[in-house]
Design a protein around this ligand. Structure first.
Ligand code: NDP
Length: 234
């Protein structure tokens, strides 16, 4: 069965690994990108999720070329780390606008087709940091915690329509986002992780694909940690 899948931020990092996992399973996969050359093998649509008009245009293109989105993976996200005393309102608002409100924009638009089809799978990419907290990441952690309340509300709202909404909460994954950290920060993180290493993006992708599969039909409103044990008990 080939489904119409959309992965936001599917042009690199975790999103690209997720896009590849669905494509390998035979699904039709659209990815968003903002600039440069997108990777080949997908329907690449230019879309900044902070702009509702671009989100609308992206969905129109996807619907025309591969059909209404049946599986949405809201993966696009940013960090703008700063201690609270130095964090500007712009630092806070811009991270919320991408990670939380941006996710709202893409989920709301996907929901239209899913309601019509009376089925759908939504997976949001949060972070271990959303529930554990992280000094210097109050904006990011707030946005990622917000995704949990958002997903659980939608799980209740949309469950009777056969639409599941789940969250994957990765720990530290080897991507551009964490390569921006200093060696000292990276070593400090590894010391806290029971599995004593970073995750590979493919390890996050596997859980996302599972949540979108028939085997996961009875899972909704769940937060699945894929964090090497870092967040145990949260
Ligand atoms: P990267 O920084 O490698 O990639 C971020 C992706 O998000 C890029 O594809 C980027 O597109 C896209 N993006 C950012 N802002 C926007 C926007 N406004 N509109 C559209 N796309 C946007 O990050 P990762 O792959 O590491 O992270 C992916 C997700 O996983 C994020 O939500 C992140 O918070 C989360 N995560 C990551 C962890 C990690 O350790 N790496 C841990 C826990 C969660 P572009 O190429 O155009 O910039």
């Amino acid at each position: 069965m080939s489904r119409s899948v959309l992965v936001t931020g599917g042009n690199r990092g975790i999103g690209l690994a997720i896009a590849r996992a669905f494509a390998e399973a035979g699904d039709k996969v659209a990815i968003t990108y903002r600039s440069g050359e997108p990777p080949e093998g997908f329907l690449a649509v230019k879309c900044d999720i902070t702009d509702a008009e671009q989100v609308e245009q992206a969905y129109k293109e996807i619907e025309e070329k591969q059909g209404a989105v049946e599986v949405l993976v809201a993966n696009a996200g940013v960090t703008r780390d700063q201690l609270l005393m130095r964090m500007s309102e712009e630092d806070f608002a811009s991270v919320l606008d991408t990670n939380l409100t941006g996710t709202f924009r893409v989920v709301k638009r996907a929901n239209r087709g899913m309601l019509r089809a009376r089925k759908g799978r939504v997976v949001l990419i949060s972070s271990v940091v959303g529930l554990l907290g992280s000094a210097g990441q109050a904006n990011y952690a707030a946005s990622k915690a917000g995704l949990v309340g958002f997903a659980r509300s939608l799980a209740r709202e949309l469950g009777s329509r056969n639409i599941t909404v789940n969250v994957v909460a990765p720990g530290f994954v080897d991507t551009d986002m964490t390569r921006a950290l200093t060696d000292e920060q990276r070593e400090g993180i590894v010391k806290q992780v029971p599995l004593a290493r970073y995750a590979q993006p493919e390890e996050i992708a596997a859980s996302v694909r599972f949540l979108a599969s028939d085997e996961a039909a009875y899972i909704t409103g769940a937060v699945i940690p894929v964090d090497g044990g870092l967040g145990m008990g949260h």
